[in-house]
Ligand binder design. Structure first.
Ligand SMILES: [Zn+2]
Length: 273
């Protein structure tokens, strides 16, 4: 499943298509629903003919901004956006949404498993899907003070807390394992028992790991491809994730795996306390 770095990579690559007066010439929908019904008439009425000002990311949502509102997109489990020139039109199986730009470029959303979302948003803050989201990893509100407040009186372990989008958006399963390894924190630690100085490192390392993943083009997973079909290579930098039974790169002890809330967690019980 694409996580924040993968979505950010897609955002950056799609954004390269935008010039100062790029307009949405047409919107084509090959189905009426993905995970939810698509408000096709509204999207067409509001967005066709408008300048595509900017592409934003909020959590794992992409927001295509026009002066009349946003096209909101979520990749779900297997969604991809690709850039296609009008000169080489190619219709692929599972192409569901096409954004035609006046520059001769088509942005095409493909999603075999159809867990993706395509919706209209009046603005970024108030859309029902965006309203409840916690801070971005680089926001000032992702801080030790806020974490202490959020963890007080809870009994979750730190791995589960770190993956809660109300705590911070966009930290999925792979990155949570990597962040905790870098911080030396066991995924089994109760979040309210993590000391402030450790939380400070956790905040810093969350940003570091996500930044590195974005730089490397994301992790290539079964279903994730970049908008140009290229693959990221962050998976080659994983230090614990998917390394059960292998040696810890720091201490040579064996990497362990445990299923927590349905997801595999990898850690070194010697380096992470
Ligand atoms: Zn170790």
């Amino acid at each position: 499943m694409p996580e924040l770095p993968e979505v950010e990579v897609v955002r950056q690559e799609l954004s390269q298509q935008l010039k100062s007066s790029t307009r949405i010439e047409n919107l084509i929908f090959h189905r009426r629903d993905l995970r939810f019904p698509i408000p096709i008439l509204k999207l067409k009425k509001k967005l066709v003919g408008q300048i595509l000002v900017k592409i934003h990311r909020r959590g794992k949502y992409l927001l295509f901004e026009t002066p009349q509102g946003f096209l909101l997109s979520h990749l779900g489990m297997s969604g991809t956006w690709r850039v296609q020139s009008i000169k080489n039109p190619e219709r692929k199986k599972h192409d569901h949404v096409e954004v035609h730009l006046n520059t001769g470029v088509h942005l095409i959303f493909n999603d075999p498993r159809r867990f993706g979302i395509c919706d209209f948003a009046e603005d970024i803050v108030d859309h029902p899907r965006l309203k409840g989201l916690g801070p971005e990893p680089w926001a000032d509100e992702f801080s030790v003070a806020e974490l202490l407040k959020k963890f007080r009186g809870t009994n979750r372990n730190i791995k589960v807390a770190l993956m809660d989008p109300k705590v911070v958006v966009g930290v999925g399963n792979i990155y949570a394992s990597e962040i905790l390894f870098l911080t030396g924190l066991s995924p089994l630690r109760k979040s309210h028992r993590v000391r402030p100085e450790e939380l400070q490192n956790l905040v810093r390392n969350t940003r570091l790991i996500l930044e590195e993943a974005i730089r490397r083009g994301g992790s290539t997973l079964k279903d994730f491809y970049r908008s140009d079909g290229a693959q990221g290579d962050f998976q080659n930098a994983h230090q614990v994730y998917d390394r059960e039974g292998e040696d810890c790169i720091r201490c040579k002890k064996t990497i362990r795996r445990k299923v927590m809330v349905g997801r595999s967690t990898f850690w070194c019980s010697n380096c992470q306390k």
